[in-house]
Structure formats: structure tokens, C-alpha cells
Design a protein around this ligand. Sequence first.
Ligand code: HSE
Length: 308
Amino acid sequence: MDEIKVFVPATVSNVACGFDIMGFPIEEPGDEMIFRKREEKEVVITHVDCNEEIPLDARKNVAGVVSRAMLEAQELPFGVEIRINKGIRPGSGIGSSGASSAGAAWAVNRLLGDVFGEKELVSFAMLGEQSISGALHADNVAPALLGGFILIPGYDPLELVRLHFPSDLYCTIFHPQVEIRTKDAREILKKEISLRDAVHQWGNVAGLVAGLMQEDYALIARSMEDVVAEPVRSLLIPSFDALKREATAAGALGCSISGSGPALFALSRGRETAEQVRSAMEKVYEDKEIGWKSYVSAIAGEGVKILS
Ligand code: HSE
């Protein structure tokens, strides 16, 4: 195989209480990426189709960082040319850098003949995230690579668990068109939390995992609460409280920040409710000058897909 084109889905990470340890992909939007082998043993990025400034320099681009690391680990058998069509806006909170990193890990592995296993791919993809946010986190790249609801119980060593989830769980995304860089959204977090908040948060994580596995919607709803990151990060999102309030009033089980924001996500039982939640959130922005995008999606069971 000399060339591969892939679709990489956007992802919701943290899922309210699971900071850095939980995430799932949605059906749209996503990035399309083309990877082609080249004889010159270098990674080059020849095209990035995006309104935002994304570096073409392979040492600064997350897909380039991941591809270079993988090829170097295999003693540079060839080089790779990368073309990227960004369907996911950078700084959106739905895993833009995670998608480009995961797409690179997945596609370069195919070009190499599938030499790396799942955990190795996630570890390589995390290098892309680290290069842009300063932190090694897998809660976007792991679900983008593997599909489904992914739990990361530990990083050292890396552990990945596919969680069961109810098939009629739907996700609404509401993305105000302001940019928040993950690096900045991490820097404003408190470095320490109280024992009281820790107990609250790990109770919620345990409750959410149990709720998903037992298909207990009431437990899912009670557990979708974040007392660690949301109180600080929500201040950066215009009308966050109103969006959350309206989403819940329209029937969402819960609503919180997707990843590091500014997008919000809500989970609902059934597509119809998720659509009502979408309309209720859109109404909040009706008279605002800030633009927005919204999506309703099932939790995607599949991660990266081959297009050709
Ligand atoms: N867990 C990460 C964070 C996700 O919240 O900073 C960033 O997309």
C-alpha cells in the first residue's frame, strides 16, 4: 500500500467528570487526511485546508510530529507526504488536534504494514497532543482511533477499556464560534483540589461508568457533573449557564463542556430528545453576534475509517 485516505471523527473528551480519562467519537464532523509514501525519507505536509493557521512544518504540525516519531521508531523505511482537510475547527473542544494525531498514527501504521498495536498507536498519537497542549492525554486520540466509549484507567502503564453504553444514547454538540486553546484551558485549572471535591468527582466517574454499563439513565444523569474543570473553564464560554440550563430543561440527561471547550455536549436518551436539546441550545444564541455550529450524533462505534 502506497497511499491511503482516511476519515477521522471528532471526539467528546472528559465527558463531564472524567477529566483526561474518558471520551467517545461522534459521527460528524471529522478530518479527511491523505498519506502517501515517498522515497525521500522525510515527512512533508503539502496541504492543510483550514481557515485557521495550522503549520505546514512537519515538526510543528501534530500529524507531522506523530508520523515522524513512528517512522523513526522503524528506522525510516520511507518518507510520507500528508494532505489534510480539516473538518474539525481547531480550538473547538471536539478533538481537532486529537483527530489529526490519531489519523496520522492509524494511517502511517497501515503504510508500515500494521507493525504497531493499539496501545502503541495511542501512545504515538498522544505525542501530537503533547506537542500542542503540553500534556500527554489520550481522551481524544484513543476514542478517535478505537471508536466507542473509551475509559483510560491509567497512563503509566497506558490502559484502555472499551465501555458498554446504551445504544439509544445520543449526543448533541453546540459549538460557539470562539476559539479556546487546550493549552490555555489547562493552564487556568487549579493545580490542587480539596478532598471533598475529589470524593465528589470520583463518585461521579464511578457512577457514570456503572450507569453506562447498566444502562441506568437516571444514574448517568446524576453522574454527569464536573466539580473540577467546569467551574473554571465555563467562565470562558459565552452564556454557558443558559446553554446548560436550556439543554437540561429540554430533556438532556446532562450537559457539560466538551474537552477543553468552547463546545458543549449533552447526552440524551433517543435522537428525538437530542434534537430538541439542539433547538433549545440554538435558541440561547438566537440574538447573539457569536456564530455557532451544532450537531446531533450517536456515539460512533467506529473510529478512523478508510475512505480509499
Ligand atoms: N482532557 C483534555 C482537557 C481534553 O480537558 O484538557 C482536551 O481536548
